[in-house]
Ligand binder design. Structure first.
Ligand SMILES: [Mn+2]
Length: 339
């Protein structure tokens, strides 16, 4: 984190004015904060007359595709050559909402070898040294909130119109589960208040993100809670698992299980939850907690992952059954009575 604001502002602005083309890039399996932070900067720089392009390592859920500028995003897995060309031309690459090369997915090698000046904006702990300068605040709700502060610190808030504001709002809302977690800093609400003044329709945004599910997704949620949720009252823990066969049965499409991991946290006494999803070559894990239990430590020590204290992810190459057994066996080690 560069604390000297004036030096930071000077450096960023001279890089931006000296660069023909800016690339905005985020992590694999992009979520609302990844897409929101990238599209917010996209509109901001376009308003300033800069040429810029958003590239994502792979596709993202439909409930984010209404966002202004979404049609312009280049998906690396669908347009590899185009993405590579843009990246090689870029004078600046923004690394948004991630801080280690592995999170760039198949994009990693091209990214690491690109000549462009790299600016990281992120809120995850333990950043690697992959950017030339970084704007990092691990206490921040979201990268999107930091994008607002980045524009405020380095640029021109007058160029942040209602499209910029809607993208930032979407990022903050989705990274905090609609202000349920990671949202206890007053700074977040100062930024939200400024976004509202830009003329966004917050109820419309909520509805586009959360009231946009298919009937089969709702039935899948019911099935998960009814048949697939296992609770361990003695550890204050729970998990939900989903196999490939079950996903097929409920016509699963990408993004359908988004948020499922949070449901067991509503049970009295449960403050640590895991969600296991079987994929073709690995099991994807999501962890959530309330309070002090550090899911980032749990995920990084056992499941090749990480994230934040209360929300993180990981993966396993073992079968889904073995992965669940490993998780259950770890509970007594990690959860003591006073946690
Ligand atoms: Mn984020």
């Amino acid at each position: 984190m560069i604390t000297d604001n004036l030096r930071f502002k000077k450096e960023v602005n001279s890089r931006i004015s000296g660069s023909e083309e800016i690339v905005l890039l985020s992590h694999v399996n992009p979520d609302g904060d990844a897409i929101g932070s990238a599209l917010a900067l996209y509109h901001y720089f376009r308003n300033k007359g800069k040429k810029c392009t958003v590239i994502m390592p792979n596709d993202y859920p439909d409930y984010l595709k209404w966002l202004p500028g979404s049609d312009e995003i280049i998906i690396f897995t669908k347009a590899k050559n185009e993405a590579e060309n843009v990246l090689n031309r870029a004078g600046i690459i923004f690394l948004l909402d991630f801080n280690s090369p592995e999170r760039a997915g198949k994009f990693m090698d091209i990214l690491l070898s690109a000549d462009a000046f790299k600016i990281m904006i992120d809120h995850h702990p333990d950043p690697t040294d992959m950017a030339d300068i970084a704007f990092i605040d691990t206490l921040s709700s979201s990268t999107s909130e930091l994008v607002y502060r980045f524009i405020e610190n380095t640029g021109d808030l007058g160029m942040a119109d209602s499209d910029v504001a809607a993208c930032i709002y979407t990022g903050i809302m989705s990274d905090t589960g609609s202000f349920n977690y990671n949202s206890s800093q007053s700074e977040t609400y100062r930024v939200l208040s400024e976004l509202l003044k830009k003329g966004i329709d917050k109820d419309y945004i909520y509805s586009m993100v959360y009231d946009n599910f298919s009937e089969s997704r709702m039935k899948l949620l019911g099935y998960c809670l009814n048949e697939k949720m296992v609770v361990f009252p003695e550890y204050g823990a729970a998990y939900i698992s989903l196999t490939i066969e079950e996903k097929k049965r409920y016509n699963y499409i990408r993004g359908d299980s988004e948020g499922f991991v949070n449901y067991p946290l509503s049970i009295k006494g449960v403050d640590f939850v895991a969600f296991f999803m079987e994929n073709d070559d690995h099991v994807k894990l999501s962890f959530r907690s309330k309070g002090k239990f550090d899911t980032n430590v749990f995920a990084s020590e056992n499941f090749n992952g990480g994230g934040h204290i209360n929300a993180s992810g990981g993966e396993s190459k073992q079968s889904i059954g073995d992965t669940i057994n490993k998780f259950v066996a770890l509970l007594p080690q990690y959860i003591t009575k006073d946690t």
